[in-house]
Design a protein. Structure first.
Length: 292
């Protein structure tokens, strides 16, 4: 796993920096024109095809700048953003602005995490595979796409933004996961008859609103907990049980009390960047992102 950090001049420059980082860390170009990138991750074995995309979005009228992010199971020739490719998700958004911003990019050939500091807010996205809790045969393509909102045309100043690990403002719409059967969960399905079906994605432990009076443990140190992704189908008449898809790779829950944004904590020789959710700063709205 590798990471880089610095300052991008604007949203286009950030895309260019993500593209350059990805090319050095196991991702091949499927499409690239400076405004849109479709990347293919080669995986740990060097022969996988993990498909993700980032496309610049800008709307000066609404002060809405950012990335449209997407994933798919296969590529359709000529598609510039995967939105016409087989088994793609509805695109999610990652809010940015058109000015200079600090950034962190963390990645390997399986997944990429992008974090940007816009004024005093932190926006992020996760694109790539989860760490499955099953065999490769049982979970052949545990793809996860998560951003800060389900749409792009939303200013960074909006209080509706979420984080891919902590979605409690608008529910579960800022992320999607691919299940063993090939269905993409985390988006609305069309209403059928009297039953409207929804497919939800939750991430434990944030989904259970864990609480701790302190982020420290006896003897010193900081508590972190793995982030487990689960999915479920809901309709008007029932709730189905949640199925665990896997673990967000390098993303951990950390209690926010006693910590500040951009803190670096060290546990067992590994370094973690601490950031809050974009719109939430309570004690349960923080994540620790593994750097090295």
């Amino acid at each position: 796993m590798a990471y880089t950090t610095g300052t991008a001049t604007d949203h286009f420059d950030l895309l260019a920096k993500v593209h350059a980082f990805a090319n050095l860390n196991g991702w091949d170009d499927v499409y690239w024109d400076g405004n849109s990138w479709v990347g293919k991750g080669t995986g740990e074995g060097g022969n996988e095809e993990i498909l993700i995309s980032l496309t610049v979005h800008e709307d000066s009228t609404n002060d809405a700048y950012g990335f449209s992010i997407c994933g798919a199971s296969a590529y359709r020739q000529g598609d510039i953003n995967l939105e016409k490719s087989p088994n793609h998700c509805e695109p999610r958004g990652m809010a940015l602005w058109s000015h200079a911003m600090d950034y962190w990019i963390i990645g390997d050939p399986r997944r990429i995490i992008i974090i940007a500091k816009v004024s005093t807010k932190f926006f992020s996205c996760y694109l790539g595979l989860l760490r499955p809790l099953a065999t490769n045969q049982q979970e052949p393509y545990p793809l996860f796409i998560g951003g800060s909102h389900w749409e792009n045309n939303l200013s960074w100043t909006s209080s509706e933004h979420e984080s891919f690990w902590r979605a409690s403002v608008n529910g579960y719409e800022c992320r999607a996961v691919w299940t063993p059967g090939g269905r993409v969960y985390g988006q609305y399905e069309a209403s059928t008859g009297w039953t409207s079906q929804y497919y939800f994605v939750q991430i434990y432990p944030w989904s259970d609103d864990p609480w701790s009076s302190t982020g420290e443990v006896w003897g010193g140190g900081t508590v972190i907990r793995p982030a487990l992704v689960s999915w479920s189908q809901r309709d008007f008449s029932k709730y189905s049980k949640y199925q665990t898809a896997g673990q967000l790779d390098g993303v951990y829950y950390v209690p926010g009390l006693g910590l500040s944004a951009e803190s670096i904590i060290t546990i067992g020789g590994d370094s973690y960047l601490v950031i809050p959710s974009s719109a939430l700063t309570g004690e349960n709205d923080w994540a620790a992102i593994k750097l090295a």
